[in-house]
Design a protein around this ligand. Sequence first.
Ligand SMILES: Cc1cc2nc3c(=O)[nH]c(=O)nc-3n(C[C@H](O)[C@H](O)[C@H](O)COP(=O)(O)OP(=O)(O)OC[C@H]3O[C@@H](n4cnc5c(N)ncnc54)[C@H](O)[C@@H]3O)c2cc1C
Length: 428
Amino acid sequence: MPWQSPISPGYSWYEATVPDRPEYPAMPGSRKANVAIVGGGYTGLQAAWNLARQGVDVTLIDACRFGDGASGRNGGQFGTGQRAWADETEENLGHEQAQALFDMAENAKRYVLDFANTHEIDIEFVPGQLSVGHKKSLEKDYRDHAEAMATRFGYPHLSFMDREETASRLGSSHYHFGIRDAGTGHIHPMKLLVGLAKQAALAGANLFEQTKATKIERQSGTIVITTDRGTITADRVLVACNAYIGNLEPVSASHVMPIRSFIGATTVLSDHPKVIPGGESVDDSRFVVRYFRKSRDGRLLFGGREAYTADNPLDISTHIRRQISEIYPELANIEITHAWGGSVGITMPRTPFCREVMPGVTSIGGYSGHGVMLSNYCGKLYADLALGKDTELDLLKALKIPAFPGGTRFRSALLFLALSWYALRDRF
Ligand SMILES: Cc1cc2nc3c(=O)[nH]c(=O)nc-3n(C[C@H](O)[C@H](O)[C@H](O)COP(=O)(O)OP(=O)(O)OC[C@H]3O[C@@H](n4cnc5c(N)ncnc54)[C@H](O)[C@@H]3O)c2cc1C
């Protein structure tokens, strides 16, 4: 029987195609560590690898299996920059900060590709990204964005596509225009996750699955993490639970909100050579963004539907197939072989959350759907921070991230209303 993540719905095409996914033991009993990490996604495992290879005694625990959260199940798209466009950030924070945040994301992109190359992890990187517009009224914004990136942010890889070019690169006339980004691409997320965990183990990190943290508290100068397998006493702690934080740590939970997102994988599209012939990944301008691409073996991996409650829809495939057929009517009856979902951690301003939530305890997450490259890099930056170095995490710490309104009782309901309203606007 394939393993079913207890925290994310469905069995993913990534799980089905990763050659082997080693299991790690549960924590055998109480222990000590210089640094303890809660959460075995990209953020936590990158921190563990970087610390262990520099001789730090590090223990990482995950409540489930590594990659059961977002890191093993996402759309695999790198994108460019932060979630918000750099020119939008420029309007709010000024050019210097916007440029620094953009440069950080470019460093993140290089970091992930270098990491995979150095360790010969076949992450199935395919270059190219198409960002396409579903409303004609957005065309000027897209044109201005492509120009601003080249002229003000030193990023020359974007080119505006008219309707004709957009249609031929997509194999669909559903969208009005788009931007092609030749400076980024997409990957097989689970292959990166599995390769990363192996490197962390090889470097000497103590890695434990099936070990759930239930409390984090300071006790006479150290930090004690209570788990269902004993305690960890540490000098420093990284909370890397992102959207799956639950009620483990209240400051992170009030600033990072989970949104469910779902993906379906079709059968191989051998009879449809016109669908994304250049192999780029695609994201669209909807608030409930649709993101899709072809896998190396020629399937369409299509993400779209969102849910603002923890309930899982009974039938992910039907909804995904409906969205596919709006863009590719010829695929209206395509078989969906795998359908799955996971929780994206968002913040109010859609910029990552990084904060010392109690002395010695840092929490990082809330990449707002843009975490494939950023979470890996933030894990590395956390290791640098723990080793006393200056890091670009200071840029994130300086960002003003408000808590979601409504307190723990009403937050989800308010978010549901607000996001449903924006989702409705996608239709008009
Ligand atoms: C469906 C989907 C599509 C996405 N698509 C994209 C995309 O195309 N591009 C992009 O850039 N980003 C995308 N993302 C976002 C991206 O995947 C995340 O930003 C990134 O993986 C976050 O990594 P992380 O390590 O911070 O968190 P996660 O990978 O979510 O890991 C958190 C871990 O913490 C563990 N945990 C939680 N609580 C506890 C506890 N109490 N004790 C122990 N362990 C605990 C969980 O078990 C989990 O393994 C997508 C996300 C989803 C869900």
